[in-house]
Structure formats: structure tokens, C-alpha cells
Design a protein around this ligand. Structure first.
Ligand code: ATR
Length: 262
């Protein structure tokens, strides 16, 4: 790929930076749709975020940037605008730089997640969903699941207070979804979603016990590396339908392209 003065430039801001995969996925995507965009990871410390963003405003061939750990919340105070979705989730993962240097933040995690389920024929509307985890990614998936019409959403988390706070926030915004926090038997659900980091390392324990889960249940794990976690391996062995985190990342690519083109 040839980067010229006409190439639109994007970054992915992160700290640490060596785990970043979104830039490679974005470059591959933009090449596949023949769009002249180049994306580079950018190692930025939290304390330097304001200064870096002030500079990016002045870089006239920059069209936007992705934001990942640990900047998803911290970036908000430096932006001119956040979309209603990002404000609701309380985190931004993509920022568009307009031609006049304004910075507009959105969160594409929720829509990317729901789109990836739909692409794999995994229904959400009217279904009972069990989500494990209530961190940054979990906030996005919980709002996404309620928005997509889940009938019931149970949120289970190591730190129970965080699960309760998230359940309350989702329930306030989507009163038609019955939202609970606490432990539950996995086999009673149509869809199980892992949003914790458990499964990134091969010796991690499973994020939840899926005994009794079978073909009537779909199991989703939003971890991207490895593409097939132990949870998904076990679920598949028990006959459940499974989906990993890579499709969620892929689904966001089209959303990014549309967001920066608008
Ligand atoms: P992210 O932005 O990737 O969601 P995060 O906000 O740090 O990252 O959230 C990580 C999630 O994984 C949380 O739900 C966290 O549980 P706590 O809220 O109790 O911290 C969960 N998690 C991380 N390590 C865990 C572990 N060893 N056991 C259980 N849950 C864990």
C-alpha cells in the first residue's frame, strides 16, 4: 500500500501499544474497499492525551482515530461532541476529526457487537441473555443488547456493585427489558456473553460455569485473541452455537468507514 499526501490518516491511541490489533484490521478493511486510508497505532500516555488531541486537531490530513485501553473514558473531556450512544455508555472508541478540526466521539462497540450476532443468525429480540462482566466493554454490550430488544438481561460480575450499577443504568434507559444483577444458572438462558478478560490467557479459569448448556443456547465471547477461547471450545463441545470477538471487530470496520465519511 502506498501512502501519499492524498492518503487519509488515522491513528489508534493506546497504552500499552503492543497488543493493538485494530490498526491492522482497519488497514486490511480499508484496502479491501479500496479506500485510501492508512492507520497507525500511536503510543500515548494518559497524562499526555490532552496535548496529543490538541495536536491532532491541527493535523489536516487526519480523518479520525480509534481509542482503546486505557483512554476510552479519559478522551471524552477533550472532545467537542460525543454521540448520544457514547454518552450513554460513558466511553468512546472512535473519534472523527472534521475538516475544521472538531473532534466527535462515538462508541461503535454496542452496534458492532449486535451486528456481529445478527450476521451469525443469533437472535437477541425477545431472548433471555446472561452477560458476565460489567467493565467498559460490558457497558457497551449491555446497552446494545437492551437496544436490540432482549427480553431479559442478567448481569453477573466479580464486583457485584458494578453489575448492579450497570443493571440500573440499562433498566432506566430501556424499561421494556427486565434487567437483573447477580449470579444465575447458565442453562436457563438463550444467549450467554462473556465480556470479562478471562480467557485471554490460556490458564485463566472459565468466566462462568456452563454446565447443562446445549444446542438451545448461543455463547458469545468478545475476546479477540485468542479467536477461540476455552469458554467457546467447551460450549461448542456441548453443542451450543458460538461466536468470538473477531466478528464484532470486523462489524465495526464498516461502521468506522461510514462514521468518518459522514
Ligand atoms: P474492558 O474495558 O476490557 O471491559 P475493564 O473495564 O477493566 O476492561 O473490565 C474488565 C472486566 O473483566 C470486569 O467486568 C472485571 O470484573 P471486576 O469489575 O470485578 O473487576 C472482569 N475481570 C477481570 N479480571 C477478572 C477476574 N480475574 N475474575 C473475574 N472477573 C474479572
Amino acid at each position: 500500500m502506498e501512502i501519499t499526501g492524498k492518503t487519509k490518516i488515522m491513528f489508534v491511541l493506546a497504552h500499552p501499544v503492543d497488543h493493538v490489533r485494530a490498526s491492522a484490521v482497519l488497514n486490511t478493511y480499508f484496502q479491501s474497499i479500496d479506500d485510501d486510508v492508512a492507520v497507525s497505532p500511536l503510543h500515548v500516555l494518559p497524562a499526555d492525551l490532552g496535548a496529543v488531541l490538541a495536536s491532532v486537531r491541527l493535523m489536516r490530513n487526519v480523518v479520525g482515530f480509534g481509542v482503546t485501553i486505557p483512554h476510552k473514558t479519559g478522551v471524552i473531556e477533550h472532545l467537542d461532541e460525543t454521540t448520544p450512544t457514547a454518552a450513554l455508555i460513558g466511553a468512546v472508541n472512535f473519534v472523527k476529526r472534521t475538516a475544521d478540526g472538531r473532534l466527535i466521539g462515538d462508541n461503535l462497540d454496542a452496534r458492532g457487537f449486535v451486528a456481529s450476532l445478527a450476521q451469525h443468525q443469533i437472535a437477541v429480540r425477545g431472548r433471555k441473555v446472561l452477560q458476565v462482566g460489567a467493565g467498559g466493554a460490558g457497558r457497551a454490550t449491555a446497552f446494545g443488547l437492551a437496544e436490540a430488544g432482549a427480553r431479559e438481561l442478567t448481569i453477573m460480575n466479580r464486583d457485584g456493585a458494578k453489575a448492579h450499577a450497570l443493571a440500573e443504568a440499562v433498566s432506566r434507559r430501556y424499561p421494556e427489558t427486565k434487567v437483573n444483577a447477580g449470579r444465575a444458572e447458565a442453562r436457563a438462558f438463550d444467549l450467554i456473553v462473556n465480556t470479562t478478560s478471562l480467557g485471554m490467557k490460556t490458564d485463566d479459569p472459565l468466566p462462568l460455569d456452563i454446565e447443562g448448556v446445549g444446542p438451545a443456547t448461543a455463547v458469545s465471547d468478545i475476546i479477540v485473541t485468542p479467536e477461540v477461547t476455552r469458554l467457546l471450545e467447551q460450549a461448542a463441545a456441548q453443542g451450543a452455537r458460538t461466536i468470538g470477538g473477531k466478528p464484532m471487530l470486523d462489524a465495526q470496520m464498516a461502521l468506522v468507514a461510514r462514521f468518518i465519511a459522514r
